[in-house]
Design a protein around this ligand. Sequence first.
Ligand code: MG
Ligand code: MG
Length: 256
Amino acid sequence: MIIRKTDLELLKMRRSGLLVHEILHACAAIVQEGVTTWDLEVIAEKLIDDAGATSAFKGYYVPTAGSKFPCVLCTSVNEQIVHGFPSRKRILKGGDVVTIDTGVHLDGYYADSAITVPVGAVSEEVARLLDVTRTALELGIAQASVGNRLFDISGAIEKHITTHGFAIVREYVGHGIGTRLHEDPQVPNYIDRRNENPRLKAGMVLAIEPMVNIGTAETRVLSDKWTAVTKDGSYSAHFEHTVAITENGPWVLTRP
Ligand code: MG
Ligand code: MG
């Protein structure tokens, strides 16, 4: 069941969204060679505490992993797609890309957003991967309008990525969001005819999040049972926003 939010609820989600933006912005600002992914975690945790919010991720239980997620950020480097965790041992080096993904819970409502940040100079192909993934998200957001259908979002994302010769991750998808981190509907980054294709209505809020690989679309999960990586080791990118559908068009809650 897709839960539509009232205007008051959207204003609360906006506060969560702006906090998520602040966290990602602060983390991205310190990314450079020599920084560890744990350094990012420390910044994020302090901002969440200072805001009187709680992390959407830390303590999140996933049955397939059999444990609770240990951190407030997911940090996924290079061939890692999603759900990597920060580590004092993971020192970023030039040419890496690091995906920073975070969610918060504030005043009863969640927001969720992710960015992939280059470390120093990256190869031309990797720069193009980031560009295509970021643009795919924007094209998806542009379809998040009253009267459109879910597959208008999925299809716009899919078309842009496949046109540019990259591969779309299928095992992980976007989602509705509100008083729970993951609500209906699923938001795949491709048209999946097995899924429902609901009409978009005012008050729906979706976390739209293309995950894109340079090489194969296939994924596997590391022995830590969390970190998803590309099967061929090629680099992956991930951009995400929490987006409300309103009578005035898409409202990106995680962007100022
Ligand atoms: Mg996320
Ligand atoms: Mg998400």
